[in-house]
Design a protein around this ligand. Structure first.
Ligand SMILES: NC(=O)c1ccc[n+]([C@@H]2O[C@H](COP(=O)([O-])OP(=O)(O)OC[C@H]3O[C@@H](n4cnc5c(N)ncnc54)[C@H](O)[C@@H]3O)[C@@H](O)[C@H]2O)c1
Ligand SMILES: [Zn+2]
Ligand SMILES: [Zn+2]
Length: 390
C-alpha cells in the first residue's frame, strides 16, 4: 500500500510498504477513507520526538471501513464505518477501567523505553515513535487497529467523514482541555494557540459554561476563525504584550482558566526567554520551548487553573514555579483519553451542536501529504487543518 513515511527531520515521503495484517486476534484492519495532519505530527516532522525510525508510517487521526476482523473481536464486523482514537488502550487495565485511556498500562510494547524517559509508560499511540509503541499510523491506505473492541467508534448515521473524523483526536483534545481547566459558570478562559486544538478548546469552553473566551495567536486567519467561529476576543502576540493586555481585559485579576494549546514549539516573540529556548533547542541543551507555559503561569489569576493539552516532550526549564506555588495554581494536562469522549461528543455532532469540519482549510490526496506537512507547519496558504484522502 501507499503510506506517508518519516525519514528524518523535515523529510517525509510517500512510500510503498507492506499492507498491514491482523497480528493479534483483537485487531481489525481499516481501509482509510479520511485522515489528517495534526500539530503533534509537526513535532515528529521537526525532529523533536525521540525514537523515530526511518520508514515509520505517520498519522493518528484516522477513520475508514473495517475490512478484516480478528477472531476475538465482538463489536465490529467487515463493512463497519469507524473513527479510530489516536490512543491505543486495552480497556481492561487499572487505568483503562478508570477511564484514563491514554495511560493504559498494557498497550505499549516498548513500555520499558518510555519508563526510562518518564518513570512510567503511557499508552501506545498510532504513528508516534517507538517509545510510544512503534505502531504504524493511518496516513496510508490501510491501518491495523489493536484492541478493536475498545477503541474505534462505529458511525451509523449519515454524517460525512469530515464531520466525524476529528473525534479521533482534536475535538476530544480541545474538550478535555476545557474540562481540565475546571471552568465555573461565567469564568474568563484564555486559550493560547488558535490552531485546531485551540479552536476546539474555545468551542468546548463555551459548552462548559465560560462567560468569556480570550484567544491568543499571531496568525491572522487563525485569530479570525477564533473570533468568527469561536466568538472569542483575541490578542495578537506580535502586536501586544500578552500579559499587559490580559490584565487590561480582566481588570488586573488575570484569566480564571488558562489553556496552553501550543506546547513545546512556541514561537519566538520579542522576549528573552523565548530566544534563549530556541538557542538551547538548536544546540540540543533542551528539548522544549516552554514560553507559553511560563506566560500562562504569570497571567493566570491567583487560585486559577492551567490546563495543558499542548504536547511537551522532554526537559523544560525556567518555569516560574515559585509564581505557580505562591499563587496556588492547579495544573492538569495529558494526552487525551479519547475513548472516554467518543460517544458524548458524537452525540453533540449528531444533535447539530457543533460541526467540526469548520477547521478544515485544505482537502488533499494522500500523495500530496509531503508538501502539505510543509504548508501546515509554515501556515502558508491560510492553512489551519489538512484532511487527506487516500
Ligand atoms: N494532549 C493531546 O492529546 C494532544 C492532541 C492533539 C494535539 N496536541 C498538541 O496540541 C498542540 C496544538 O496542536 P494544533 O494541531 O492546534 O497545532 P498547530 O501547530 O496548528 O497550532 C499551534 C498554534 O500555536 C500558535 N502559537 C505559537 N506560539 C505561540 C505563542 N507564543 N502564543 C500563542 N500562540 C502561539 C501558532 O501560531 C499556532 O497557531 C500541539 O502541541 C499538539 O502536539 C495534544
Ligand atoms: Zn494529534
Ligand atoms: Zn489499558
Amino acid at each position: 500500500m501507499k503510506a506517508l513515511c518519516w525519514h528524518g527531520k523535515e523529510d517525509v515521503r510517500i512510500d510503498t510498504v507492506p499492507d498491514p495484517k491482523i497480528q493479534e486476534q483483537g485487531d481489525v484492519v481499516v481501509r482509510i477513507t479520511a485522515t489528517a495532519i495534526c500539530g503533534s505530527d509537526l513535532h515528529l516532522y521537526g525532529g523533536f520526538q525521540p525514537t523515530m525510525k526511518a520508514g515509520d508510517v505517520l498519522g493518528h487521526e484516522n477513520m475508514g471501513e473495517v475490512v478484516e476482523v480478528g477472531s476475538s473481536v465482538r463489536k465490529l464486523k467487515k463493512g463497519d464505518r469507524v473513527v479510530v482514537p489516536f490512543t491505543i488502550s486495552c480497556g481492561a487495565c487499572w487505568f483503562c477501567r478508570r477511564g484514563e485511556f491514554s495511560m493504559c498500562d498494557t498497550s505499549n510494547p516498548n513500555a520499558e523505553m518510555a519508563r526510562l524517559a518518564m518513570g512510567q509508560s503511557p499508552a501506545g499511540l498510532f504513528g508516534f515513535s517507538h517509545m510510544l509503541g512503534g505502531f504504524s499510523g493511518g496516513q496510508a491506505e490501510y491501518l491495523r487497529v489493536p484492541f478493536a473492541d475498545v477503541g474505534p467508534i462505529k458511525i451509523e448515521s449519515d454524517l460525512r467523514d469530515d464531520q466525524v473524523l476529528f473525534l479521533s483526536d482534536i475535538f476530544p483534545t480541545g474538550y478535555m482541555a476545557a474540562e481540565n481547566a475546571g471552568i465555573e459558570p461565567g469564568d474568563t478562559v484564555a486559550v493560547w494557540g488558535c490552531g485546531p486544538v485551540g479552536q476546539f478548546a474555545i468551542q468546548s469552553a463555551w459548552m462548559l459554561g465560560a462567560g468569556r473566551v480570550i484567544a491568543i495567536d499571531r496568525v491572522a486567519e487563525r485569530l479570525r476563525m477564533a473570533e468568527q467561529k469561536g466568538r472569542a476576543e483575541t490578542i495578537n502576540f506580535d502586536d501586544l504584550k500578552v500579559y499587559d493586555r490580559l490584565m487590561e481585559l480582566t481588570r488586573g485579576r488575570g484569566p480564571d482558566r488558562c489553556i496552553d494549546a501550543v506546547g513545546a514549539e512556541a514561537h519566538v516573540g520579542a522576549t528573552i526567554d523565548a530566544v534563549v529556548d530556541q538557542v538551547k533547542v538548536a544546540v540540543r541543551l533542551g528539548t522544549d520551548r516552554p514560553h507559553v507555559l511560563r506566560e500562562a503561569i504569570m497571567c493566570c489569576r491567583k487560585g486559577g487553573t492551567i490546563s495543558i493539552p499542548g504536547v511537551y516532550i522532554g526537559i523544560v526549564d525556567k518555569i516560574p514555579f515559585g509564581a505557580a506555588m505562591n499563587k496556588g495554581l492547579t495544573f492538569r494536562m495529558g494526552q487525551t483519553h479519547v475513548q472516554k469522549y467518543l460517544a458524548p461528543l458524537l452525540a453533540r455532532i449528531e444533535e447539530g451542536a457543533i460541526d467540526p469540519s469548520f477547521v478544515i482549510t485544505h482537502r488533499l490526496k494522500l500523495d500530496e501529504a509531503p508538501a502539505a506537512y510543509e504548508t501546515f507547519r509554515d501556515k502558508k496558504d491560510g492553512c489551519i487543518k489538512v484532511m487527506l484522502t487516500p
